[in-house]
Write a protein that binds this ligand. Structure first.
Ligand SMILES: [Zn+2]
Ligand SMILES: [Zn+2]
Length: 550
């Protein structure tokens, strides 16, 4: 553990060593000022006022150096960590002033030139003693830190250790500070060095290009982008009046996304002008990803609003406004990009991502409207479940097709467009595998299993007999699953009445009647359905094989 007082000691040591070098450098530059001719001492003894007070004379130019050396000597006396004997403490300021004093005497320049080196010996020896006497403690601290890390990793795992250290050392904050300081430094050198006045756009472009020229600078830039995305997420969250904490991850995920994108496009290895274009393209991709995050934020809010019959018009309006934004932003982006750029793999990827956002928002909106309509109806809406299923199936199919398209797009870039960028190609290859596993394979599997479950349930339901109007009047009760009136019903083998749709949802989960736990359908029919299912599973395996081969 590094306490503040330990940190103060470290800073004191660094400052004291810095003072030694500063004093050495100041001595050297002061001695370089000394001109040939009578020495300063002779001038003083002769009371040669004109020479002593001349603005460019030796006396005037040496005076600030005298003051500086004295101040540095005094500070060093107080903060150095070496042994503080009485005589060394008194000698230090003199050691600092010694070269300048020698310079005032009538001593040949050749000898005076070596004085700064000798003057630095005493402070350097003190600093050396300090570091040697502390070396055992430093070693001990390092060992104990290492032991602590090992035991932490053994108890909580390596990722927990990394996360803990990441938070303890405030890594993102340090990176942000580093990048900002770097930016200011670049800006300062640019304004001082350039002759003609800089245009705003040129300055921004230049700063962005230099802001991502090394991998570390890129990390700094990533941490800045991460916090911007985090606050964009926060802003939308506030606008939507949602209190969920899950949106914290927007910053982290966009940071990871941006860094991986930069690595796989080899951002740091590009020429400045090409790098700027690449950076803009990556930003476009990041914007579409951000739109996806925002959709993921607004979609559950829409669902909860429509399902809970929430009467707050304000919340509905705000959620719908965000949807409107999510519909118009990608379209505007696409219009701008397609009017200015030739078709390329990058543009296709942005297009696919943007259309995907639009489709997802439309699906969410359609589901929301259907649920709202259902809430306004007095009677049970039998077809609602089907509509919802079709809309979701449409959305998922579009997403799936886009996933396959993106896979081929990425493979194309990997094979034809990444020249000599081996590290980037490797990352892209890994990302393609991850993408094809999660977005293609898992999606296909999940979608297929939902489809099969639904088909089986539909078959089971259609094997049950429909209740006639007379039977329903005779029954005169609500559906035991949804507690709503029944205008139509299915009769199970155990003579219980349910809505067809309600029973179908129940059958997704289990085969038994919700009221009496009897098997709902006839056994021979069940055997037939199982056979159909087996065929379907063969179909599924065949389908998966196709996905793999493609
Ligand atoms: Zn029902
Ligand atoms: Zn029953």
């Amino acid at each position: 553990m590094l306490w503040t007082r330990h940190l103060v000691i470290v800073y004191m040591y660094i400052i004291s060593v810095g003072l030694i070098f500063l004093s050495y450098w100041s001595n050297l530059s002061a001695i370089a000022l000394i001109k040939d001719g009578p020495s300063l001492l002779e001038d003083i003894l002769n009371v040669n006022i004109p020479r002593l007070t001349a603005p460019d004379g030796t006396a005037v130019s040496l005076l600030p150096h005298f003051m500086l050396q004295w101040v540095m000597g005094t500070i060093f006396t107080y903060i150095h960590l070496g042994p503080k004997h009485n005589w060394t403490q008194k000698a230090i300021p003199f050691a600092f002033l010694m070269p300048l004093c020698l310079a005032t005497l009538p001593i040949p320049l050749k000898i005076v030139k070596h004085a700064p080196t000798f003057a630095a010996v005493l402070p350097l020896v003190l600093a050396k003693i300090a570091i040697w006497s502390a070396s055992f403690d430093i070693f001990k601290t390092l060992i104990s830190g290492y032991r602590h890390a090992v035991s932490f990793a053994e108890n909580f795992g390596l990722s927990a250790l990394v996360e803990n250290e990441w938070q303890r050392l405030n890594v993102p904050c340090v990176l942000r500070a580093f990048w900002t300081i770097r930016l200011i430094e670049q800006f300062a050198t640019m304004t001082f060095e350039s002759q003609e006045s800089l245009t705003f756009m040129f300055t921004i472009q230049k700063l962005l290009v230099t802001g991502c020229e090394t991998l570390i600078a890129l990390l700094g830039m990533t941490s800045i982008i991460s916090i911007i995305c985090h606050y964009i997420g926060k802003l939308f969250q506030m606008f939507l009046m949602s209190e969920e904490d899950e949106d914290k991850s927007i910053g982290t995920v966009s940071a990871i996304l941006f860094y991986i994108l930069s690595l796989q496009t080899g951002l740091t290895t590009l020429q400045p002008d090409k790098r700027f274009i690449r950076l803009c393209r990556n930003m476009c991709l990041l914007v579409t990803a951000l739109l996806h995050f925002l959709h993921n934020m607004v979609s559950p809010i829409l669902m909860s609003l429509s399902a809970s019959h929430n009467p707050s018009r304000k919340r509905h309006t705000r959620a719908l406004l965000v949807c409107l934004f999510l519909l118009s932003a990608p379209i505007l982006l696409l219009i701008t990009l397609w009017s200015r750029h030739q078709p390329s793999t990058w543009l296709l990827a942005v297009t696919v991502f943007s259309i995907e956002v639009v489709v997802k928002v439309l699906v969410s909106l359609a589901t929301y409207i259907l649920f709202l309509l259902d809430a306004r109806r007095q009677t049970f809406w039998e077809r609602l479940d089907d509509y919802i299923y079709y809309i979701k199936a449409f959305g998922n199919s579009v997403e799936f097709c886009f996933g396959i398209f993106l896979f081929f797009n990425g493979a194309w870039i990997l094979i034809f467009e990444s020249e000599h960028n081996y590290a980037g190609s490797l990352i892209r290859g890994v990302m393609l595998i991850v993408h094809s596993y999660f977005n293609i394979w898992c999606e296909a599997k999940a979608g297929w299993s939902v489809y099969i479950k639904r088909r089986t349930a539909v078959q089971k339901i259609s094997s049950l007999s429909e209740a006639s109007t007379a039977e329903l009047q005779n029954f005169d009760d609500v559906c035991a699953i949804c507690y709503q009136e029944m205008s139509s019903a299915k009769i199970t083998r155990c003579k219980h009445y349910f809505h067809g749709v309600c029973l179908r949802k129940w059958l997704y989960v289990q085969d038994k009647c919700p009221l009496c736990h009897e098997i709902v359908i006839n056994q021979d029919l069940k055997a037939e359905i199982i056979k159909v299912n087996d065929d379907a599973q063969v179909d599924e395996q065949h389908h998966q094989q196709q996905v793999l081969e493609s």
